[in-house]
Design a protein around this ligand. Structure first.
Ligand SMILES: [Zn+2]
Length: 98
């Protein structure tokens, strides 16, 4: 096995460091890019127009509720007016019993 010079060992350590730290830095950079893309002012305008709820956090239950909004068994919460899926016992908007 050939002897490694100090420069070769330093280069290999540098490559190993880049391989370990690089993906993390790329992920954090991508995260910051997504935060930069997020348009809070657009969301505020849509909330003011009533297009969005106050907190735009669509869950699987929200998507399902939207798809089944005209379902005959769907129930509207008397406390918060949120549309709930048929058969649920607790409001997904405010947590009150239905
Ligand atoms: Zn409710």
């Amino acid at each position: 096995m050939a002897e490694l010079s100090t420069a070769e060992i330093a280069f290999r350590l540098f490559v190993a460091g880049v391989a370990m730290v690089g993906p993390t830095l790329l992920f954090l950079g991508f995260w910051r890019f997504l935060m930069w893309l997020r348009d809070d002012r657009l969301i505020d305008v849509m909330v003011a127009r009533g297009v969005l709820d106050e907190q735009p956090a669509p869950s699987a239950a929200d998507v399902l509720a939207t798809a089944t909004a005209s379902h005959p068994g769907a129930r509207r919460c008397p406390f918060c007016e949120k549309q709930n899926l048929p058969g649920v016992r607790q409001c997904r908007g405010c947590g009150e019993r239905l």
